[in-house]
Ligand binder design. Structure first.
Ligand SMILES: [Zn+2]
Length: 82
């Protein structure tokens, strides 16, 4: 996995985002070993699900949970991959 520190990806309010084989980390964020391990697990999940299926499943599950909870943070945190 290649870690890229920048100010654009992920959106403000998030620390890191994995799009295999890259881990994007906000420059201003504290990137701990726990977060690194979490993101590398997402990398494995993406590979195991052949990338596209992961993103599709993740997005659809987020939208379903957002409809149920009507709260972004609760929807995001209840996604099965998280
Ligand atoms: Zn995550």
């Amino acid at each position: 996995m290649i870690v890229i520190r920048n100010n654009l990806i992920p959106f403000r309010g998030f620390t890191a985002m994995t799009v295999w084989p890259f881990i994007f980390v906000r420059k201003s964020a504290w990137y701990s070993n726990d977060i690194d391990r979490h993101e590398r697990i997402h990398g494995r999940q993406q590979l195991e699900m052949l990338l596209l299926l992961f993103y599709l499943w993740y997005g659809v599950e987020y939208l379903v949970r957002l409809c149920i909870t009507r709260n972004h943070d609760r929807a995001y945190r209840s996604i099965s991959f998280e």
